[in-house]
Design a protein. Sequence first.
Length: 252
Amino acid sequence: MASIDMMKREWPCLVWGTVKLGRTTQLRTPAHPLPSDAEADCLVRRMIALGIRAFDTAPAYGSSEMKLGPRADQRISISTKVGEIHENGKSHFDFSAEGVMHSLTRSQQRLKREQLDLVYLHAPDNDFEILKDTEAWTTLLEAKDAGIMTHIGLSGKSPEAAQWALEHHTDALMVPWNQKDQSHAKILDAAAARNVKVFVKKGLNSGQLSAAASLQWMLEDPRIHAVVVGSLSPEHMRENLEVAKAIRPNQC
């Protein structure tokens, strides 16, 4: 296993979201078959060949980490998460210190990386309470100090939780943001003022918005560092990458 500090290179503006690589149940997107190991191998290789240089995964994405680990070389930046795991068609949550540390160790093993690039706390609807009332955030900070990961962040739901994370040493935020949901507008301003990277999730509103127009709208906003787009289609990701490169040629 090896590690490369993600800050030694610019985190690209288009990130491949890999939930569909390892999970088929309890998703808001149309149903899809789970890629086999051989199909996953082909997909990962094709995404890398296209020039996609960052992947987003999570234990909540079923077998995604296991499928990425053997195939994503050390040139690829990978973000993962703690707090939620999806097994046997159901999600389970564990925000205890022991649960967070177990999740980190498992991700290191699955992703075959001694040091993780970026780890988010993966919080559900009661994200603010989880930040305040559990050991999860303190445990992530301690793990970062111990060198387990380079950076930490929050992937939550509410602006209140995002603001709390900004005030408690987060390096990054993953927030919902699109032309129909701009509830985190003040958070984008606050993050920019603190030089905290904002990664957008649900930027296409679960496939309900035009990819090209939405990507252009988001990437023309200097407060947004990157957009996470999930797709099992290399052709769609090629088109997305072309849009991203046209807007931010020096970042993507």
